[in-house]
Design a protein around this ligand. Structure first.
Ligand code: NAD
Ligand code: MG
Length: 410
């Protein structure tokens, strides 16, 4: 009997983390959880520790870690409790770990994902922000260490499944002409543009097909999620921007497609349930059960497709622009988006203020080449400061010159 796959689940208390543990729990003979991590959620992480008895549990927050430590000790578990970013990196690179599920949300996921890549782990990458911010640095680390990289984002997982195994030779070399990245269009696809000014966080988080964390739900409503995914696809599959076509497909049944030189289009279909791509990556190259209901094509009956409206979804347009600008531009886009989304969720910025804040940051900061992680972190920090200023002026973008940093455009 083969050894069990030993796994660290980063962000285990989140939407992807919980789905990952659901799949793992279905196959006790195949997997063993080495480490679980979360931001501050003591209760949820404690319950997960009781169920999976990991060697390590990590909380970002020190106070939360102390609380968890007490409860773990009282329960008589042997789990060691750690805290901080260094500990997240450590459990991503432990020698006994085979695979790392990278499911922290946002820029916070970058350092632990990169640690896993540098340590040569099999990486199940949900944290798309890692690739958006530092695609070159991350992909270089994957190549240099010989990591196996499996995309969890449903679209990229579908593309991966629809590509030949040797796609690393180059898309043209394997006969691929385009990547067709499907998008549901989110909850506001057919809402009048004028009504979008007044939408609430609860409306933005009510996705028609998928149940997800709040940040990605807002990104789906603004279609920034698709913009981030275009950049993610660029790095994962070495695809130029003009070979990646976004296709609005409201039913979310086709998770994405690959078009070939002979006119063939290969697709992966399934119910919108993240346990499918998670199980695919966990079991790869084998197929394992995911607990997902079979696709009922008779019930679905029809599949629709539309071209995306770039004037309605300015965030998608901004993401294409950032990808074409290259260098630190996608990191600036991502950081400004994180600040704007947090402000929107906090009811400090109207929904339509999100693209304005991002556009302003991209205008104010010159994109610079990315040679190392520090280049990315500097751009991220500066973009957050500029975006914060935009939010404070309540979405009304001031064009007064900023004096914050030498690398600002004048
Ligand atoms: P979520 O908000 O539900 O969960 C996030 C997890 O990260 C939680 O465990 C949280 O404790 C942890 N976390 C948050 N901030 C942290 C920090 N500063 N340091 C350490 N840990 C932190 O998010 P989610 O919806 O599960 O998404 C996770 C990632 O997967 C995101 O990058 C998202 O874009 C991507 N993704 C999610 C879905 C989905 O269906 N939810 C689909 C595709 C891709
Ligand atoms: Mg996706």
């Amino acid at each position: 009997m083969p050894d069990k796959q030993k796994i660290t689940v980063l962000g285990s208390t989140g939407s992807i983390g919980v789905s990952t543990l659901d799949v793992i729990a279905r196959h006790p003979g195949l997997f063993r959880v080495v480490a679980l991590t979360a931001n501050t959620q003591v209760d949820k992480l404690f319950q997960q520790c009781l169920q999976f008895e990991p060697e390590f549990a990590v909380l970002l927050d020190e106070d939360a870690a102390q609380q968890l430590h007490k409860r773990i000790a009282a329960a008589g578990l042997a789990t060691e409790v750690l805290h901080g970013v260094g500990a997240l990196e450590r459990v991503s690179s432990l020698p006994q770990v085979d695979s790392v599920m990278a499911a922290i949300v946002g820029a916070a996921g970058l350092r632990p994902s990169l640690a896993a890549a540098r340590a040569g782990k099999k990486i199940l990458l949900a944290n798309k922000e890692t690739l958006v911010m530092s695609g070159r640095v991350f992909m270089d680390a994957v190549r240099e260490s010989g990591s196996e990289l499996l995309p969890i984002d449903s679209e990229h997982n579908a593309i991966f499944q629809s590509l030949p195994r040797d796609f690393g030779r180059g898309l043209s070399a394997v006969g691929v002409t385009r990547i067709l990245l499907t998008a549901s269009g989110g909850p506001f696809r057919s809402k009048a543009l004028s009504d979008l000014e007044y939408v609430t966080p609860a409306q933005a988080c009510a996705h028609p097909n998928w149940s997800m964390g709040r940040k990605i739900s807002v990104d789906s409503a603004s279609m920034m999620n698709k913009g981030l995914e275009v950049i993610e696809a660029h790095w994962l599959f070495d695809a130029p921007a003009d070979r990646i076509q976004v296709v609005v497909h409201p039913q979310s049944v086709i998770h994405s497609m690959v078009e070939y030189a002979d006119g063939s289009v290969l697709a992966q279909l399934g119910n919108p349930d993240m346990r499918t791509p998670i199980a695919y990556a966990l079991g790869f190259p084998d197929r394992i059960g995911a607990g997902v209901a079979p696709l009922d094509l008779f019930k679905i009956a029809r599949l629709d497709f539309e071209e995306p409206d770039m004037t309605r979804f300015r965030c998608l347009d901004l993401a294409y622009q950032a990808l074409r600008s290259g260098g630190t531009a996608p990191a600036i886009l991502n950081a400004a988006n994180e600040v704007a989304v947090a402000a929107f969720l906090d009811e400090k910025l109207p929904f339509l203020g999100i693209p304005s804040v991002i556009e302003h940051a991209l205008e104010q900061i010159s994109a610079a080449p990315v040679n190392c992680l520090e280049d990315v972190q500097q751009a991220d920090q500066l973009a957050r400061e500029i975006a914060m200023q935009s939010v404070h002026s309540q979405g009304k973008i001031s064009h007064s010159p900023f004096t914050l940093h030498a690398s600002l455009k004048t």
